[in-house]
Design a protein around this ligand. Sequence first.
Ligand code: UN1
Length: 492
Amino acid sequence: MKLNNYVNGNWQESEQATYTAVVNPATGEEIAQVKLSTEEDVNIAVKAAKKAQQEWALVPAPERADYLYEIGSLMKERKEHLAEVLTKEMGKVIEEARGEVQEGIDMAFYMAGEGRRLVGDTVPSELQNKFAMSVRAPVGVVGLITPWNFPIAIASWKSFPAIVAGNTFLWKPATETPLMAYEMALIYEEVGLPAGVANIVFGAGSTVGTAMIEHPDVRVISFTGSTETGRHVAERGGRHLKKVSLEMGGKNAVIVMEDANIDLAVEGILWSAYGTTGQRCTACSRVIVHKDVKEEVENKLLQQMEGLTIGNGLDEKIKVGPVINKKALRKISDYIEIGKEEGAKLLAGGNVLQKEDLKDGHYFEPTLFTDVKWNSRLAQEEIFGPVISLIVVESLEEAIKVNNSVDYGLSSSIYSQDVNKIFQAQRDLDTGIVYVNAGTTGAEIHLPFGGTKGTGNGHRDSGKAALDVFTEWKSIYVDFSGTLQRAQIDNN
Ligand code: UN1
């Protein structure tokens, strides 16, 4: 199967195009080929999106939202199929794939509701017989760059607020996971979304991404990916004075205090560290544990880790799937070596999985390090794999300091039964998301998603905060006095 761009409501077949293989990380099998588009392909798509946007902006928002209700309904109808395709191209276990598709469905219905809100302010004017209000205006054509780890959820977080607000978009999915985009295009077609509103351009960040950022008619870039790439996006976008919304890395921690329910904490740690094989921006990769309960936490983690079945995520019994590709295996292996050299103690895992029946996939053993120094590379850098670093502390203050010592600030969690500790922690943890007595993953779509420091640049996906990325505020003053009224002068 050859995946071509979906532009202006058409599948763009092409003779000279080059393609790259899409590989199932669980089996190493090629499951499709995806086009590597050129700058010219981007230009064609922007032209179509720009033309379509002029009409789309005039469609009443509740009517735009009706398309989202239909998109959400079709996603719901096809949930099982979408989840299977997702597991095949990305590797996450089927139960999690269903969860991810559900996240997209939730976003469709949530943003469809925004079609009857898109709330602005009406405020009194400082002058008589004058009316003042603010409304949200679309920005125009927006560019969406999405990662392979949540190919449908993150695309939904970005594309649905964009279209309900009256924009049209170009979406560049990750080349590893284009099938979700293909499936979404089939849905756009089926619900009859007007041509040019949704455009998909496949290809590499260095060509397609760059062309999107450089194109003067793409007014917003919404990017999720690595901090390194995000920095380039912001630099280039900044030169063109574009609004650039970035969601980047994380180095998230679960704090376990001495009074915590340890069994609950261990369950939360396992789920957020080894779920999605550690390949969530929100994944737990540090456990900051109070010295009094360190041994108990270690022992219980080791015990529970034995029950983690590794394999092809299409099998319902499997708990941990593959990582995305060979490059990821190498990166994780490198960090294992770094950890050992830094003096961390390896308690479990640490190897590429050697099992005859899984040898063609990309599997890494769930790994647990302890006695990790808070400022070591293992404890500071994003690994994006199933690796936990346990760090011992002596107080809540120290735990918070260690949590905040990293360059990232996406998600954090504290397990404690003490309301005073909990409230202190939720105030002082420098992350965009804080969990109390739950792991670091599982953000819900109606709250803002994003983080501080190296995780973001002040914008948020999800929730109504996402609308701020895809709209411009317009303040409107209506003077019905029939006279010249001078603000700041005539009323003083
Ligand atoms: C991500 O890893 O980039 O909060 C997204 C969560 C999911 C989304 C993760 N709802 O873990």
